[in-house]
Design a protein around this ligand. Structure first.
Ligand SMILES: Nc1ncnc2c1ncn2[C@@H]1O[C@H](COP(=O)(O)OP(=O)(O)OP(=O)(O)O)[C@@H](O)[C@H]1O
Ligand SMILES: [Mg+2]
Length: 250
């Protein structure tokens, strides 16, 4: 199988700190991949490099056969890469519906004025409504984004991330701030979207129950490096991984 995204010797350094170091990542298309690791391991930095929000100091990034190492984020979105953020990235005063619609419009009208054609506006509204249903936000659609619950705001972020119809989507802690039941629900939703939309998801997640039950592949990072990569059972049996998660159930 060919990877959908891969890196060669990727590195990002903040002064003395090797946030990401010598990372050779291979993500296979269609496999639900989780990136785990302790706080400060470099997970967010890696996602930032892959999605173009940071530029690497060393190494290269390939999306399928195309090298995208220094591409701007919006150019990556156009070829099918999107992401959500660990910290909320929504327009608080706009309604839930408007937040999704804006993301859809940005895709449908890539090269023109988003408000130019009535026909494309109608298609965008329909698409936004479909996404609202998919991410369970129909009932909240007319509320300002700032006034919905924290859990619903995470769902909104997910909706915005899929609104660009990505082939590859990075989610940085999509269930942060949720209770354990909400966590499993939102990650099951991501899996469902992955299957229905044929999107490859790479998620950063701290909830080990969720990670081990839902992932096809797990990438373990520690101190900027990939410590281990494999199927959940392989990772569970890895002594080095057990050591860095000392005391936690994995
Ligand atoms: N902009 C920055 N400037 C300086 N240091 C940074 C910057 N961004 C990240 N770092 C450092 O790089 C290392 C990796 O950070 P990163 O945010 O990627 O970790 P993480 O695995 O996402 O952690 P968490 O689980 O807490 O979200 C940390 O030591 C962090 O302090
Ligand atoms: Mg992080």
């Amino acid at each position: 199988m060919k990877p959908i995204i891969r890196t060669e010797d990727l590195g990002k350094y903040f002064g003395e700190m090797a946030a990401v170091h010598a990372v050779n990542l291979n993500v296979q298309q269609g496999l639900f991949t989780s990136v785990i690791g302790p706080n400060g391991a470099g997970k967010t930095t890696l996602i930032n490099l892959l999605s173009g929000y940071l530029l690497p100091d060393t190494g290269r990034i390939f999306f399928r056969d195309t090298e995208i190492t220094r591409w701007e984020p919006h150019r990556r979105v156009k070829i099918g890469i999107s992401r959500s953020f660990q910290v909320m990235n929504i327009f608080p005063r706009m309604t839930v519906f408007q937040n999704i619609l804006l993301a859809v419009l940005s895709r449908l009208n890539k090269n023109s004025n988003p408000f130019s054609s009535l026909k494309s506006q109608k298609a965008a509204v329909e698409e936004a409504e479909k996404i609202l249903n998919e991410v369970w936000l129909w009932k909240e659609k007319d509320h300002p984004a700032s006034q919905i619950s924290h859990g619903d705001q995470r769902l909104l972020e997910l909706g915005i991330a899929v609104a660009t119809d990505p082939q590859l989507c990075f989610l940085d802690e999509p269930s942060s701030g949720m209770n354990p039941i909400e966590r499993i629900k939102v990650l099951e939703l991501v899996k469902k979207l992955a299957a229905e939309r044929k999107t490859t998801f790479v998620i950063v997640e701290h909830d080990m129950d969720v990670v081990f039950s839902l992932s096809d592949r797990i990438v373990v990072m520690n101190r900027g490096k990939i410590l281990a990569e494999g199927k959940p059972d392989e990772i569970r049996g890895n002594q080095e991984v057990r050591d860095i998660y000392l005391g936690e159930e994995i």
